[in-house]
Ligand binder design. Sequence first.
Ligand SMILES: Cc1cc2nc3c(=O)[nH]c(=O)nc-3n(C[C@H](O)[C@H](O)[C@H](O)COP(=O)(O)OP(=O)(O)OC[C@H]3O[C@@H](n4cnc5c(N)ncnc54)[C@H](O)[C@@H]3O)c2cc1C
Length: 458
Amino acid sequence: METTTVIEEPARSTPVYGSFDVVVLGGGPAGLAAAIAASRSGAETIMVERYGFFGGMGTAAGVTNFCGLYANCSGEHVQVVQGIADDFLAGIAELDGLRPPHLVLGRIMAQAYDTAAYKLAADRLLKDAGTHLLLHAYGCGAITRAPEAIDCLLVETKSGRRAIRGRVFIDASGDGDLLAWAGVPFELGDGAGSMMYPSTMFRLNNVAPGAAASRAWEEIPKKMADLTRLTGKTFPRKGPIVRPQPHEIEWRANLTQVANAKGLAVDGTDAAQLSEGEIEGRRQVREAFLFLREHIPAFAQAYIVDIPPQLGIRETRRMVGEYQLTAEDVLGCQSFPDSIGVNGWPIEDHVAGDVVFRWPDIPGSRGFNHLPYRMLLPHALENLLVAGRCASMTHGGQSAARVSGACFAMGEAAGTAAALALREGKTVQTVDVAELQSRLKRNGAYLGFEPIGAHSSN
Ligand SMILES: Cc1cc2nc3c(=O)[nH]c(=O)nc-3n(C[C@H](O)[C@H](O)[C@H](O)COP(=O)(O)OP(=O)(O)OC[C@H]3O[C@@H](n4cnc5c(N)ncnc54)[C@H](O)[C@@H]3O)c2cc1C
């Protein structure tokens, strides 16, 4: 029996793919906004993405719905994430891929979109900004240089292993891959051995016309509860989200929950668990589809039109950086002087068997918290910014600010800050925050200092 557990690889020389001002790892909402902002600010920027398309969980995991673009501001629904997010909304709408915002749980707006339109809008916005693109490139390591900076990102590609050199790096991998390789401290999960549970999304086509008008999604939790009561049938989780897409014969279904062998959330940084999770997620898709088709009349003739490329991962590594956004910050609509954008989405925690929402005072409050620049900053590394769901947040804070809206805001700020640091000859920690804020505002971002909506003239 072979007992070797480690193989020593021979030393190797790795070709340099190129040298850039800004290197962005990951093309989800955070990375897209970061790369576009850095490019528009005049920095030679490259976007590195493992898939052949952009959108992150929004496309690769079939999320197909923007949360966090809108907040409930003292009873009024207002779009609070603007700037580059607006360019995405316009680019998707141009392709007839955007549904008008819909109300979630009677309190806050979200907005469904077509994945294909999102992918096309992302390609176009990146190209128009002049961003260099490297697709099918799997980030696999980093080399740091003295004193405390990253020298290059290592990627595996079909052409072989390559090194991408940069002056500033932005980790928008969602999983915090780059920050981990660079030795930045991070937390994984809820401190009790689990993380927010992942889900495999899927979309149905040929749903009965009129199903949206009849609010068919409201029948689903009732039917699940009835079946459990009457027959003992169990479901992976409560709180199903099954809603129409821009074209009403197509609906998205978010009602699976994928656990590992110990019953804890599948760890999206563990290859073996991810493999099992993909199979289990698709098994649940089959069950869920058969349930919908049999028990919900609007789905009687429906079929599964798409299972996305990957299991939807909500939470893995979160940086422990200069400031960690907390659940209390979200619930208390906290203000920060170094705000770079806002989050209006509530706590949405995917716990074992359920989805738990916790809200700030709605409509009694302004309905959003500031996102401080410090949540993008590691303590030590002077040329790394971290944006998106792996930014510096506690488990509770991340369960709110992980959604697309806040990720767009963080990404736009990270890209703008990276270019500004290079222009000013500063580190990411010593960037002039007032100047960063004024650039973000000039480019259309809302930082949460002035009133917004109908109350803005107060
Ligand atoms: C099932 C599910 C449902 C959700 N529902 C909603 C919803 O309705 N609305 C909403 O707004 N949000 C929703 N979310 C949350 C939201 O989609 C994500 O939190 C958000 O996409 C995070 O954005 P991000 O840019 O930080 O990271 P991601 O979207 O995770 O993007 C990271 C990108 O980096 C790439 N990448 C990762 N590692 C590497 C590597 N090593 N090398 C190269 N590339 C790499 C990935 O391929 C990906 O493109 C949902 C999430 C899940 C999982």
